[in-house]
Design a binder for this molecule. Structure first.
Ligand code: GAR
Length: 201
């Protein structure tokens, strides 16, 4: 049984998609051990509470620097023996120290086809650039932002009448498929990281 720790800052729709997949047994051999947020009013945290999950709010403003904040998060994760950390709209850069503690055990989702359009507001960046195709990427987290080995990607075509908002909505639909699929592969021990490449076995 793999224990999953979710880190989020906002709406939490990707977390909901993962939770649903765990409940439906699309993700097998897994349970959500804890949901941690740096925002007390995050809708995702409220949903986790409603669902009776273990939740923790840790205010980053209470800590002097990034690593001391991350040490508190890692303490919470380790006290629940978390195997896999899922960043689900966690809008903070995590420290190299945190990455080391969970090497190849932290997964993130990003709303573009990386390495294109890292950083904030990736859907709008892609829309403004004028690309014909964009999408989402699920990847292992390394010490650089939006950079680690790619697990899965899903492509979304940009339509002539799209706005940045309509495009973001269609990307989000694909995120909700890609993220649970990647988590299921991890929980089934089907992912092997070899340098930059992830093999699905
Ligand atoms: C998602 O679109 C996710 O890809 C993005 O934040 C949103 C969170 O939504 N993450 C990033 O941009 C990370 N660089 P959610 O709270 O509804 O899951």
């Amino acid at each position: 049984m793999k224990k999953i720790g979710i880190l989020l800052s906002g709406r939490g729709s990707n977390f909901r998609a993962i939770k649903k997949a765990v409940d439906n047994d699309d993700i097998k051999n897994a349970e959500i051990a804890v949901v941690i947020s740096n925002k007390e009013d995050a809708a995702g945290l409220a949903f986790a509470k409603e669902q009776g999950l273990d939740t923790v709010f840790i205010n980053h403003q209470d800590f002097a620097d990034r690593e001391s904040y991350d040490r508190e998060i890692v303490k919470e994760l380790n006290s629940r023996n978390v195997d896999l950390v899922c960043l689900a709209g966690f809008m903070r850069i995590i420290s190299p120290w945190f990455v080391e503690q969970f090497e190849n055990r932290i997964i993130n989702i990003h709303p573009s086809l990386l390495p294109s359009f890292p950083g904030l507001d990736a859907q709008r960046q892609a829309f403004d650039y004028g690309v014909r195709f964009t999408g989402c990427t699920v990847h292992f987290v390394d010490a650089k932002m939006d950079n680690g080995p790619v697990i899965l990607q899903r492509v979304v075509e940009v339509k002539g009448d799209d706005t940045a908002e309509s495009l973001a909505e269609r990307i989000l639909e694909q995120e909700h498929k890609a993220y649970p699929e990647a988590v299921a592969l991890f929980c089934d021990d089907r992912l092997r990281v070899d340098g930059r490449k992830v093999k699905i076995i």
